[in-house]
Ligand binder design. Structure first.
Ligand code: BZD
Length: 829
């Protein structure tokens, strides 16, 4: 018997992989005792959660080890998804869904006198991401596993994730997140695969044994990257892929060296400094100020990951020349783009490959996904800082640039403006490395995340690159995983799916189309409405619990949840709410459809206007919610600490989804998809993936307003004066005056001045221009909602036609167009 067969045999003799209810209960009690040191009677909810997590993890490990064994035995191409953020959300519920044991486990713990929902609520959320980009990475690794594609997610194990938001006196307050406080039962530390990463110092030339000139990097310090692995189970398949997050630790050798010099405190200090590297996730404020530690973080995790891939390649007997045949590496935005220079460094300096061979391997390896068109959000690193941290990489980037610009000059004879525009180095003022250019030049494929976004990339931000190599450019519309965002978040609706069309939708979301034929069935519609109402009741409970505000589940739940940003225009919704309030006050008997406006989202701590936008939302709530004349017909709620967990509770309870960014600014949006598949209707601009959602569900079932991206451009060119627009619109003018005169700030005319002045003097995101159209569209929404049958039908059709927005579809497109990878089915050992 081989060692593998032997251990598989022993495994089967134990209870730890069995899915039967009795063995599950036994294992749970066992884990409670042996991992938590508690009896059932004295354990806390946290203990129960931990014991349950370990019990479930045991069942998962069997699939994980089987997957690793299957991958080791074959040479198919593996996807490495490099992302500085993975916004995973809690694991337990998702794992139960994907393993198909949710009901059994609910029963098993129920028989022990416990409620599964209470236990699921105990899990701390790993908030290792800012928003859409990080959550996309999480949906993508779920889909990779579900499609049985060999893949690794590589990222950073931040000790503190995105801050925990509380609202104090109406203001956002940031509290440190401490997700690891009670330990993380899903991860396994793998010190045996640690990697040493060099940082700083200088380079020097030397002559090798064959008399060739070579360059050597003499670093100033070394940090150790220790991988922590978590299993990522696919949905109802044996595959369990790996998410490998790197944590920084001090090198032993370095400590000893300083220690031996008698500098004990110095040695300890070095250790602390090294470990700072992965302490905290940077909140994004769309204006990346060259923060040294952030570049260090990026290089650290990319260097660890590439090193790890080479270890895997070698372990399979592969040669370095075949690196690109073994690995397809996807760059999730430019955060890991330093990987292009690092792979070149490894190939040229460490493996002594000729430049052209190294470059060919590198470009065949990487693909780059862009997530933003905002020029101020494109990463650039000041040359000085770059040289200080990565002297060798800067030399390599210069060399890459020189060769690239030569090709540009040959392609566009005499066009030096084009050369400057394409250069990897921005020389317009202080000199910078342009990371998007490095990523584009170093990749064989570049993609945007929705059709409009990809078109604008080709037209604007990367237009010159497109002119040079059009074949590189792709468009892959984002998607979200229906396992978390439907099966887990909306069990009532999924039960109706199951009864009506079976279970296949969770793996093939297009099957939701079969719901269409029930769209006109009155009994079905009645159940549909009852489910939405139930979900709204639950959401109302959560709202009162978190904010103290009572809301009426019978009112329309009008929801905008996402990062707070001027381009997303939460303040456009605010203007419209104030107008409704104004209308109601002018005529207290006006027929106003009762609405509850729900906002949630974090503002980057350094983004003052975004924080003021939160203050404005809470301020209008403070006035409107307590005005007796309104009699509860309008409510405004700001739910603190938007996260994956709160999202799971909000999307299923929404009637109306607000997707109101200025056209051309939101790359895709993914919340828009989560709302639609949970039966909310969208009021939205023709921006990002809204356009495709509207196409899919039909314009009769979608409320569009506002300028298109082309009209925005035109309007700007024609010279846009917001004051003119505001003066000409009495309603808008009145709203601005109410804020300006201090109605929402107890007479303080200074508080919201920055928002009002912004609106009057610049209105960069053209709220005034889109206001009238938005306001009219909201009246159309009112009319539709009053016609209950019509609204329900629209809601059913939105869900039925949301199949395109599964991340399984996105990943299949990446696999076919960019990665050229095929599934590997995993036999259980
Ligand atoms: O990426 C978002 C875009 O704004 C969305 O339109 C899009 O749907 C998603 C997924 O493609 N971008 C981000 O979320 N960006 C960040 O979170 C970020 C993080 C760090 C630094 C800069 C930006």
């Amino acid at each position: 018997m081989s060692p593998t067969e032997l251990s598989a045999d022993l495994l089967h003799a134990s209870d730890r992989t069995s899915l039967s209810k009795d063995s599950f209960k036994r294992a749970f009690i066992d884990n409670l005792f042996y991992t938590q040191g508690k009896f059932l009677q004295v354990a806390t909810h946290k203990d129960y959660y931990q014991a349950l997590a370990y019990t479930v993890r045991d069942r998962l490990l069997y699939r994980w080890v089987s997957t690793a064994t299957a991958y080791t035995g074959q040479v198919s191409r593996t996807v490495s998804y490099l992302s500085a953020e993975f916004l995973m959300g809690p694991s337990l519920g998702n794992t139960l869904i994907n393993l198909g044991i949710l009901d059994e486990v609910r029963q098993a713990v129920g028989e022990l006198g416990l409620d599964l929902t209470d236990l699921l609520d105990q899990e701390a959320e790993p908030g290792l991401g800012n928003g859409g980009l990080g959550r996309l990475a999480a949906c993508f690794i779920d889909s990779l596993a579900t499609l049985e594609l060999p893949a690794l997610g590589y990222g950073i194990r931040y000790e503190h994730g995105i801050f925990y938001q509380t609202i104090v006196d109406g203001w956002q307050v940031e509290n440190t997140d401490n997700w690891l406080r009670y330990g993380n039962p899903w991860e396994i530390r793998r010190p045996e695969w640690s990697v040493e990463v060099k940082i700083g110092g200088f380079t020097e030339t030397y002559t090798d044994t064959e008399d060739r000139h070579r360059v050597r990097w003499v670093p100033a310090k070394t940090v150790v990257g220790v991988p922590f692995d978590s299993p990522i189970p696919g949905y109802r398949v044996n595959t369990a892929n790996t998410l490998r997050l790197w944590s920084a630790e001090a090198t032993q050798s370095f400590d000893f060296e300083v220690f031996n010099r008698g500098d004990y405190l110095g040695a300890v200090n070095k250790k602390v400094t090294s470990e700072n590297l992965t302490k905290i996730l940077y909140p994004n404020d769309e204006t990346p100020q060259g923060k040294e530690l952030r570049l260090e973080q990026q290089y650290f995790f990319v260097a660890c990951s590439l090193h790890d891939m080479i270890r895997i390649l070698k372990g399979q007997g592969g040669s370095i020349e075949r690196f690109h045949e073994k690995f397809a590496v996807q760059l999730n935005d430019t955060h890991p783009a330093i990987g292009v220079a690092e792979l070149m460094r490894i190939l040229v300096d460490d493996y002594l490959l000729p430049w052209n061979d190294a470059w060919s391997i590198t470009t065949q390896t990487f693909g780059y996904t862009n997530h933003t068109l905002l020029p101020e959000a494109l990463e650039r690193w000041p040359l000085d800082l770059f040289r200080r941290l990565l002297p060798r990489h800067l030399e390599l980037i210069f060399e890459i640039n020189e060769r690239f610009l030569h090709d540009v000059r040959v392609a566009f004879l005499g066009d030096e403006a084009r050369v400057r525009a394409l250069s990897l180095i921005d020389e317009t003022g202080e000199r910078y490395v342009r990371m998007a250019h490095l990523a584009t030049v170093g990749s064989h494929a570049v993609n945007g995340v929705a059709t409009l976004h990809s078109d604008l990339l080709k037209k604007d931000v990367l237009a010159d690159f497109y002119a040079l190599s059009p074949q590189k450019f792709h468009s892959i519309t984002n998607g979200v995983t229906p396992r978390r965002w439907l099966a887990l978040a909306n069990p009532r609706l999924c039960e109706l799916f199951r009864e009506t069309i079976g279970d296949g939708w969770a793996k093939e979301l297009d099957q939701l189309r079969r719901l269409e034929r029930h769209a006109d069935d009155a009994a079905f519609a009645e159940r549909w409405r009852a489910i939405k109402l139930d979900n709204k009741r639950q959401l109302a409970d959560l709202i009162v619990q978190r904010t103290g505000i009572e809301v009426d589940p019978e009112s329309m739940f009008d929801v905008q949840v996402k990062r707070i940003h001027e381009y997303k225009r939460q303040h456009l919704a605010v203007l419209q709410i104030i107008a409704m309030y104004h209308r109601l006050k002018s005529d207290p008997n006006a027929e106003v459809l009762p609405r509850t406006f729900i906002f949630s989202g974090k503002a980057a701590p350094g983004y003052a206007i975004a924080k003021l936008m939160i203050r404005l939302i809470t301020a209008i709530g403070d006035v409107i919610n307590y005005d007796p004349e309104v009699r509860g017909r309008l409510k405004v709620v700001f739910m603190p600490n938007f996260s994956v967990t709160t999202g799971q509770r909000i999307y299923p309870g929404a009637d109306l989804s607000e997707q109101i960014s200025l056209a051309g600014k939101e790359a895709s949006g993914t919340g828009n998809m989560k709302f639609a598949m949970n039966g909310a209707l969208t009021i939205g601009t023709m921006d990002g993936a809204n356009i495709e959602i509207c196409e899919e569900v039909g314009s009769d079932n979608f409320f569009t307003f506002g300028m298109t991206a082309a009209q925005v451009e035109e309007r700007r060119r024609a010279g846009y004066d917001p004051r003119e627009v505001i003066e000409a619109n009495p309603e808008l003018h009145a709203v601005v005056e109410l804020i300006r005169n201090g109605l929402f700030s107890r007479g303080d005319t200074e508080l919201f001045k920055p928002i009002i002045d912004g609106l009057l003097w610049h209105d960069t995101y053209m709220l005034a221009a889109d206001y009238a159209s938005y306001s009219d569209c909201q009246l159309e929404v009112d009319r539709a909602y009053r016609d209950t049958a019509r609204w329900t039908r629209m809601s059913i059709l939105n869900v039925a036609r949301s199949g395109k927005f599964s991340s399984d579809r996105s990943i299949q497109e990446y696999a076919d167009k960019i990665w050229k990878v095929t599934p590997v089915s995993v036999p259980l050992l």
